[in-house]
Design a protein around this ligand. Structure first.
Ligand code: ADP
Ligand code: MG
Length: 701
């Protein structure tokens, strides 16, 4: 029935049975043999060691004892009854307790009475009396049959425990699988296995469940980690190859008037080397009749907008429209303003479309997009609505990538006969290990250089005790003509409280910096877009010196004259958010400052965050630290975290293995893009059987 025995379901596995199978499915998602094998122990116990009751002191440790059960009692407690057995080993006695007495358990204990038994479990202490709850009890004869050496302890749940699916049961299921003598086929090309002196797949599975020693265990783990990274990369990179072959798009062979005129007459500055390189990479993609799927990473302030604009001009030069979509109104508005400003008197039709554009103004935009009169559209999610139709959309640029869901991005596909080229820009640097796995099927460009003449931002942390000093510093900076942001946290759970904090902060700042000498503005998410825009413009024009805000200004706001960023309760922000916020200053020629206000005592993690911020301005370095502190799932948001549920590999700890696996896969696919060589047959079969379906989550369009 099953060609691959690992695909057998567990109902009839010895030691399981249909009842337990149901529970295991519901609780741990274990359906098949392979799921049992992939249910790895999370630690191991050395079962060669026996304790004596006299020497035990510590509680909550798992111990193994040898002795006799000398009595078994059932104690009624209301509806349920519990079993209590007395155990002695010649050095003392302790109690063994089962909270729910079952007939099966009672009979078994009666049967074991006065025999030599081995008990195993977690020690409890209460008033100097020791007990073990739900211990495992084996006669010495039976215990001899247990695997020697390191004993596996499996992750479990309360329900499994209650239903009697103990560690022992799971361990027996694993043994039964090996007892069936099924073959676990190798899935990595044999030459690699030999080259790296890796354990075979079968040996690795046996060893990870029943290791003889720690060295073997390590080798088994490494083998399985390699395998996991290997196939992830294989799915990513083979998909990239397929995409290139399959997803046709329009070739943009021409660099024409729009691009050249802009480049020669309107460029406000010299491009950085990194910007030039990235534009070349994009240009090469766009020449091809295959869809570009490129991720552009660049730290805040590295100049991604200019890259976006130049790419859009290439689209225009080839007679196609271009769209730029941003996650917030403010950001869309700002992109619109700066792009219109940069284009100056160039004859390019640009429009802004956001949720707050009135119906009356919307209609002509819709019409002109459809007729092709509009060449560049900039906007928010509003661009994705079905009513927005294009004449010929050639390029979609998505700013600040991971605020958009995959489904939303997919909508761009349907807006053109052939899918448009896609450029995703993210200002949240992603550690290389993570981008390799998350976006392994995309091409990645990195702007790793800031425009010349930027002074590094000075970052310090301060407490409330320094507030007066802070006000003095602010006055000084304003005296010099600078402007200041003060940002308050705003998180959804306590939005009301936070809003109050923000308002209180605004009031006290307004008192400290009174009119008419000073002017203070405020922006937050609860304002009408028009009010927000009004306040932003006032600040931009320099009419307000201080802007009190929530994180609505986190993304992309650009006021070069603002040189001080004060972040209140900075311990409540994540590392990437802090870095984003800091990126709002340091955009002009002046020395800029970021002041992290911290309230109260910090937990070790917030402390590390604040310290890292003070130590470095490098977004990629901070991203690595963030990955360590939070783990990959958290870091990418819950939406995508599922794909990072590695069975055994760990992105933060196993970077070397990841790189090795990646390199191997690159080699293999270069040599054999369709995986047709006989040496790749096992690999291909495994890939098709297990991974093909899972591919697709990082596809951006
Ligand atoms: P981000 O990558 O964060 O989106 P922006 O595109 O907003 O950065 O650019 C940040 C600032 O740097 C803007 O004021 C922009 O005009 C300026 N800028 C971009 N590229 C250069 C450059 N090559 N030389 C000087 N200034 C530049
Ligand atoms: Mg930007």
């Amino acid at each position: 029935m099953y060609r691959n025995p690992l695909k057998k379901t567990i109902e009839y596995l010895k030691g399981c049975g249909p009842e337990r199978a149901k529970t295991l499915q519901a609780e741990l998602g274990i359906f098949r043999y392979e799921d049992v094998l992939n249910h790895f122990p999370f630690r191991y116990i050395d079962r060669s060691k026996y304790y004596t009751i006299r020497e035990i002191r510590s509680t909550a440790a798992e111990i193994q004892l040898k002795g006799q059960i000398i009595s078994v009692n059932e104690i009624k407690m209301g509806k349920v009854s519990r079993l209590v057995a007395k155990f002695q080993d010649g050095t003392g006695t302790l109690e063994l307790v089962w909270f729910k007495a079952t007939k099966w358990q009672r009979d078994k204990l009666q049967n074991d009475l006065f025999k030599e038994v081995v008990i195993y479990g977690k020690l409890n202490e209460f008033n100097g009396n020791y007990s073990i709850i739900h211990p495992e009890v084996d006669t010495v004869e039976d215990a001899k049959k247990l695997p020697m050496g390191l004993f596996p302890v499996y992750p479990s749940t309360e329900k499994l425990q209650k239903r009697g699916i103990s560690n022992r049961v799971i361990q027996k299921m694993v043994s039964s699988i090996f007892d069936e003598n099924i073959k676990i086929e190798e899935n990595i090309p044999q030459n690699l296995v030999s080259h790296f002196k890796m354990m075979s797949r079968e040996e690795a599975y046996r060893t990870i469940h029943f290791p003889n020693n720690l060295d073997d265990l390590k080798r088994a783990e490494n083998r399985l980690k390699f395998e996991e990274f290997f196939f992830l990369n294989l799915s990513m990179l083979s998909k990239k190859i397929q995409n290139k072959a399959k997803n046709q798009s329009h070739a943009f062979p021409v660099i024409g008037n729009y691009f050249n005129k802009f480049y020669n007459e309107h460029m406000p500055f010299e491009l950085t080397g990194a910007q030039k390189r990235v534009i070349k990479e994009i240009r090469l993609d766009l020449k091809q009749p295959a869809q570009m799927n490129r991720l552009l990473q660049g730290d805040v302030g590295s100049g991604k907008t200019m890259v976006a604009l130049l790419s859009m001009l290439i689209s225009l030069d080839n007679g196609f429209q271009a769209a730029l979509i941003a996650p917030t109104e403010i950001l869309a508005q700002q992109h619109y303003n700066s792009i219109v400003e940069m284009l100056g008197d160039m004859n390019v039709e640009v429009a802004l479309l956001t949720g707050s554009v009135t119906k009356k103004k919307r209609e002509p935009i819709h019409e002109n997009l459809l007729s092709g009169k509009l060449q560049i559209i900039i906007g928010t999610h509003a661009l994705l609505e079905d009513t927005v139709q294009f004449h010929n959309l050639g390029l979609s640029i998505i700013d600040e990538q991971h605020r958009f869901g995959v489904a939303q991005r997919a909508k761009f596909w349907r807006k053109a006969k052939l899918p448009p080229h896609i450029l995703v820009m993210t200002a949240t640097p992603i550690p290389r290990t993570l981008s390799m796995t998350m976006y392994g099927d995309l091409d990645v460009s990195v702007i790793d250089e800031l425009p010349l003449g930027r002074k590094p931002i000075k970052t310090i942390s301060k407490t409330d005790a320094n507030r007066l000093q802070l006000f003095g510093f602010m006055r000084n900076e304003i005296e010099k003509g600078r402007q200041i942001y003060i940002v308050y946290p705003l998180i959804e759970e306590s939005e009301k409280l936070d809003l109050k904090d923000l308002m209180d902060g605004f009031e006290s700042i307004s008192r400290e910096f009174p009119l008419p000498k000073y002017a203070v503005g405020i922006v937050h998410g609860k304002q009408k877009p028009a009010d927000k825009e009004f306040e932003m413009q006032r600040f931009k024009r320099g009419e307000t010196q201080i802007l009190v805000a929530t994180t609505v200004i986190e993304v992309g706001v650009n006021v070069p004259n603002a040189s001080v960023m004060i972040i209140e309760n900075s311990e409540r922000f994540g590392l990437s958010q802090l870095h984003q916020l800091r990126g709002r200053v340091g955009r002009g020629a002046e020395q800029s400052y970021c002041i992290l206000m911290v309230g109260g005592k910090l937990n070790p993690i917030s402390k590390r965050r604040i310290e890292s911020m003070c130590e470095t301005n490098d977004g990629f370095k901070l991203a690595e630290i963030d990955l360590e502190l939070r783990g990959p799932g958290e870091m990418m948001g819950t939406q995508q975290s599922g794909v990072l549920n590695f069975k055994i590999a760990d992105l933060t700890k196993d970077k070397k293995i990841l790189k090795a696996a990646r390199t191997c896969v690159e080699h293999i696919l270069k040599l054999d893009p369709t995986m047709s060589l006989p040496v790749h047959l096992n690999m291909k079969n495994y890939f098709i059987e297990n991974l093909k379906e899972k591919v697709g989550w990082s596809q951006i369009s």
